[in-house]
Design a protein around this ligand. Sequence first.
Ligand SMILES: *Cc1c(COP(=O)(O)O)cnc(C)c1O
Length: 369
Amino acid sequence: MTRPYNFSAGPAAIPADVLEQAAAEMLDWHGSGMGVMEMSHRGKEFLSIYEQAEADLRELLAVPSHFKILFMQGGGLAENAIVPLNLSRAGVVDFVVTGSWSQKSHKEARKYASEVNVVATAEDTGFTTLPDPATWTTSRGASYLHICTNETINGIEFHQLPDLNALGSDAPLVIDFSSHVASRPVDWSRVGLAFGGAQKNLGPAGLTLVVVREDLLGHALPTCPSAFDYKIVADNQSMYNTPPTWGIYMAGLTFQWLKRQQEGALTGVAAMEQRNIAKATLLYNAIDNSQLYVNKVAVNCRSRMNVPFFLRDESRNDAFLAGAKERGLLQLKGHKSVGGMRASIYNAMPIEGVQALVDYMREFETKQA
Ligand SMILES: *Cc1c(COP(=O)(O)O)cnc(C)c1O
């Protein structure tokens, strides 16, 4: 079955292979007589799904053994509270505000930390650049420093994680990697905690992934809900309460799909990274070489996952979207706070989809001329 190309920012496209396998297993998982949604999370069937998913993710992202992988609920927004509840120790925390998501995270943390410092921001550029880490003035004794490594709405991505030690800070780095997790490798030597909602690149909404260094566990504020205390969650293999079983299963199928991906000698996330670079290059080149389209983000921090762009003649927006839909190019409308268009080209988007978009953009522009 051929499907349209879906450019949604999230919940987003899921590989057809994954959806087909889930459909085939819907009524009877592996001869158990049960669908995955109907199983006890403590039964041997689901435990095998869980353990496989965790092992595959650890392998795919090369997560070192001194990090715990937690499967939680509440999404990225809940983590904006859960992180300070667990890591702030009610002290000082630092934020680098690079767009809508880090802005939100920073506001939420004020409820839990005694002091929340914005140590750098590029708000004055309309969030079209990233502040150079060399200019960040980190706070002494901060419990952690938070960044959003891919700003889904603004289309900004850190292509290298900051080295906080080199900046004279020993605060653990917290990264919100919701919208580019598994699109590229992670340098865990620079990370204390990473979190992400699953609905951009890993599967359906409802599952939140947390990867946390073991030494950061066990310092939750007394008011932290037990179900959100990372140590309790870790000590109970993410089963202190019922985990999002369907989301874990679907993410597990996505991990298997990722492991099968190959690009030359590369497999898994390294293969995806090569494809994601090729896809993003194709689309940004088409935008930059046109008279009609424009992307305002500085070239060195453009996101490979989320590509916002504008028509210089905004009165043509509706016509652009209608023509796109006719050609099976779905959900290209930009975020309401930014306007224009946004093409989200996560792992599940093949290069053929980006090529179809670029072809349509050229055709639409020529028709204008
Ligand atoms: C989508 C997104 C979130 C929010 O996730 P929810 O699951 O809606 O809470 C947070 N951060 C980033 C970077 C996102 O892209």
